[in-house]
Design a protein around this ligand. Structure first.
Ligand code: 6PG
Length: 229
């Protein structure tokens, strides 16, 4: 997990550098769940954090559970603990999803807060092939206009907000961070079999980069050709 987190930090730093040089700021969407927590913690530690111009970095979320920020289920709450409380980032650069509002209202509000195109979107992969809070067989998968929608489902099964594929596939860089042998089957189904019923199979950036960062366990079922690709 350490090497995966370090790889994520390296990529984050690289994208920030390029975006700040090109556009004066970097717009990032963090993912939730447990996998990115180590990377978030590393981003707050020297020497990793030293090279990041936090005043030029904006942190958003790709999805959020509509719970209090103090709840253990809050993606923002976890990132605050692991990263935000430990870096010098202006409060105006941190854009938590408004999980305290009615989901429909929160979705409409957050759509106005996120950029036209993210420089970097981090994604996780659920064991059912979901990503962000885009769950199998959910109508949100078909959304092509709205950029943030309310959904329910997942674990915990609570109301959520999620960015949609139009946002993900417009990003300049998309990174999946996946760890553990329990994800190996799903990683293969998405990366090699491109199974269409799996939401993660529809992460296809129009012109941005797509990177899979996997630990050895999560990559265990991939062919040598895929790994070498
Ligand atoms: C969420 C996450 C979700 C997550 C995957 C993987 O809010 O649930 O954003 O998409 O990335 O479920 O979660 P783990 O990293 O905990 O396995």
């Amino acid at each position: 997990m350490e090497a995966l987190a370090e790889e994520g930090v390296r990529f984050f730093t690289e994208v920030v550098e390029g975006a700040v040089e090109a556009r004066g700021r970097c717009m990032v969407a963090l993912s939730g769940g447990s996998t990115p927590r180590k990377m978030h913690a590393l981003l707050a530690q020297k020497p990793y954090c030293s090279g990041i111009p936090w005043s030029k970095v904006h942190l958003c979320w790709g999805d959020e559970r509509c719970v209090s920020a103090d709840s253990r289920w809050s993606n923002y709450g976890r990132a605050r603990e692991d990263l935000l409380d430990n870096i010098d980032i202006p409060i105006g650069n941190v854009h938590p999803m408004p999980g305290h509002l009615l989901p429909e209202e929160g979705a409409l509000r957050y759509e106005k807060e996120i950029p036209e195109a993210f420089d970097l979107v981090f994604l996780g992969l659920g064991a059912d092939g979901h990503t962000a809070s885009l769950f199998p067989d959910h109508s949100a998968l078909e959304e092509r206009k709205r950029r943030v929608v309310p959904v329910t489902g997942g674990d915990p099964d609570v109301p959520r907000l999620t960015i949609t594929f139009p946002v993900i596939n417009k990003a300049r860089n998309v990174v999946f961070l996946v760890s553990g042998k329990e994800k190996a089957e799903m990683v293969k189904s998405v990366i090699e079999d491109h199974e269409p019923h799996l939401p993660a199979s529809h992460v296809l950036p129009a012109s941005g980069s797509l990177t899979w960062m996997l630990d050895r366990e999560a990559a265990t079922l991939l062919s040598k050709e895929t790994i070498g690709a």
